[in-house]
Structures are given as structure tokens and as C-alpha cells.
Design a protein around this ligand. Structure first.
Ligand code: SER
Length: 314
């Protein structure tokens, strides 16, 4: 029986597109999608799908054993804004799901793990511009704390138990297929929906708040590439800095106005402003570029063109 791939959290923003891409590469039946519920029906109906609670070790183990799953992409998490509302739930889900998957790899039930980290691992003491791979990391959000601790555990499991775990610190991800949920960078997706629907958007971040961002196609490519790379090229087993572009709400507005001149933005910063202010403005990702040839393709205007075209067609 050929070995299979499991995606945990397949109904989410990144999980859904990753599922489609992995099925394109490996065949529909070799990629099993899972989530806690069936909230995304097109994904659920697109191939093998199981209901799976990422906090349930035995359920994940049984699913892996019964289906000869050897690679797991753990995409389930509570993000930065939701994590501030439900700190213990965020800790519980983000940490326990990671331990479950790492322990399955330690026990040789599975062979390969992908687990995403985030720019949220950085904090106010981190240099804001061109943030290096190795630097001060004092995250102030529960989400950031879980990702930073998770990175340490990934490296630990790799060094002590030879677990093949690979990880990327995703910046904000912009996409049109599935909405993000509960993040601080979500404004950069909402803004396109509102521009098309209402010609206006009230932004929860202030106009000059620069954050690192990436188009979904680039994020998926990075994920596929790091997992396909030869093991000895993956020198970093905590998580890689990964960068595409950086922009502010004002700059994304100007990019949208090139297509919709009447589009207007207003600013009403809320608690997410503090989160954004604690994160880097731009990321240095030399290690990813040098070690496994990472390269992004989409700049802000290319993203805007794709977003407006695809959302309009939808
Ligand atoms: N997009 C995430 C968030 O805003 C960052 O990893 O929480």
C-alpha cells in the first residue's frame, strides 16, 4: 500500500489550498483531509475526508495507522486575535496537537511532519526591519508564545529523537479561496472583499502599520518545497524565516485604487493594533533562500490583480 498524507485542519485558510495542491501532486486518494467539522463543503467533498480532533492523540494515531499515513501537515491552530480572547484554548490546541504529531513521529508511526510557525514568534524587543533568523524573541501574544515554544520542541525532537520535522514562520497570508479566521493580518484579505462589495473598508489597523505578507500561491510553494527538499539541506529544525513582501494598509489601498479609483478606507484600530505593533515590519529570509532555494513571485500589485480578478469571478 502506498504511504499517504494527512492534513489536520484542512478546512482552514492554508489547509484547504494545501490539500488541493498535494492532491494534484500525489493523487486525490493519497491525501486525506481532516478537520474538527465539515464547515468547508467544497473541500470536504473533493476527496477523502475524516472528522478529526487535533487534540485527540488516539484518534490521530488510529487514522495514521489505519490509512498508512507517513506524512502529517498539522495546520490546525488558534491564531493571534482569537488566542487573546481564549488564551487557554489556544495553548491547549496549539501545543497538544503538536506534541501528538511529534510523538507519533518519535514512535515511528509517521516519518515526516510539517508544522507552521509564524512571525508572531517575534516581539517588541525584536529588531523591526529586516528581522534576522536568529534574534531576540519575546512574543507578547498567546499565539506567539505557543509558536515559539513549539519551535523549541520541534528542534528538540529532531535532535533527540531524529524526527524529520520542518517548519516555516509564515507571515500574513493573502488568498481568495478560503477566508482566514482570527488573525491580525486578516485585514489584508477582508479589504479586497469589501472593496468589491462596498467600495469601502474600515481597517482595524492604522494606516502606516507595515507587516510582512505573502500571497497564498507563494506560501503553498514554500510549504511543498521545504517538504520536498533533501533532509540534509534543511539545516534549521526550529523554523525558517520566510518573506515575500511588506506593506501598510495605506499601500494596499493605493494598490486597490489603481483598479477601483472610488475605493475609500477609514481607520479604527482595535486591540489588534497592539499585536501588529509588536511584530516585525519586514523579514530577512536569507537562510531559506540559500538552503532550499526559496523565492517568492508575487508583489503587491500582482496580488491585488489576482485577488480582484478571482473574487469578482467567484
Ligand atoms: N496571520 C497570523 C495572525 O495574524 C500570523 O501568523 O495571527
Amino acid at each position: 500500500m502506498t504511504s499517504k498524507i494527512l492534513i489536520i485542519g484542512a478546512c482552514g485558510q492554508i489547509g484547504s489550498e494545501l490539500t488541493y495542491k498535494l492532491r494534484e501532486i500525489h493523487g486525490i486518494d493519497n491525501v486525506i483531509a481532516s478537520d474538527i467539522n465539515t464547515r468547508k463543503l467544497d473541500l470536504v467533498n473533493s476527496g477523502p475526508f475524516v472528522i478529526l480532533d487535533a487534540k485527540n492523540f488516539n484518534a490521530i494515531k488510529d487514522c495514521c495507522k489505519n490509512n498508512n499515513i507517513k506524512t502529517v501537515y498539522l495546520m490546525a491552530a488558534l491564531l493571534s486575535a482569537t488566542g487573546e480572547k481564549y488564551p487557554m484554548e489556544a495553548w491547549d490546541l496549539n501545543m497538544n496537537s503538536l506534541f501528538h504529531v511529534l510523538n507519533l513521529a518519535k514512535g515511528k508511526v509517521i516519518d515526516h511532519v510539517f508544522w507552521p510557525s509564524s512571525i508572531a514568534v517575534f516581539g517588541p524587543s525584536t529588531p523591526k526591519e529586516n528581522t534576522p533568523q536568529y534574534t531576540a524573541m519575546e512574543p507578547t501574544t498567546v499565539y506567539g508564545i505557543t509558536k515559539q515554544v513549539g519551535e523549541r520542541w520541534c528542534e528538540y525532537y529532531h535532535q533527540k529523537y531524529d524526527v524529520d520535522v520542518r517548519s516555516i514562520r509564515y507571515p500574513g497570508i493573502i488568498s481568495w479561496k478560503t477566508l482566514p479566521g482570527g488573525g491580525t493580518t486578516d485585514y489584508a484579505v477582508e479589504i479586497y472583499h469589501e472593496a468589491l462589495k462596498h467600495n469601502k473598508y474600515e481597517c482595524f489597523l492604522s494606516e502606516n502599520t507595515a507587516l510582512p505578507m505573502l500571497f497564498m500561491d507563494d506560501a503553498i510553494k514554500a510549504t511543498i518545497d521545504i517538504m520536498a527538499a533533501k533532509a540534509d539541506t534543511i539545516k534549521i529544525r526550529s523554523s525558517y524565516n520566510l518573506s515575500g513582501i511588506s506593506f501598510t494598509p495605506k499601500e494596499i489601498t493605493e494598490s486597490i485604487q489603481k483598479h477601483i479609483p472610488e475605493f475609500k478606507i477609514t481607520y479604527k484600530p482595535d486591540f489588534r493594533q497592539n499585536i501588529a505593533d509588536s511584530w516585525p515590519k519586514s523579514i530577512n529570509d536569507n537562510e531559506a533562500r540559500e538552503q532550499w532555494n526559496w523565492k517568492h513571485s508575487f508583489d503587491l500589485d500582482a496580488i491585488t490583480k489576482e485577488m480582484l480578478t478571482e473574487l469578482k469571478a467567484k
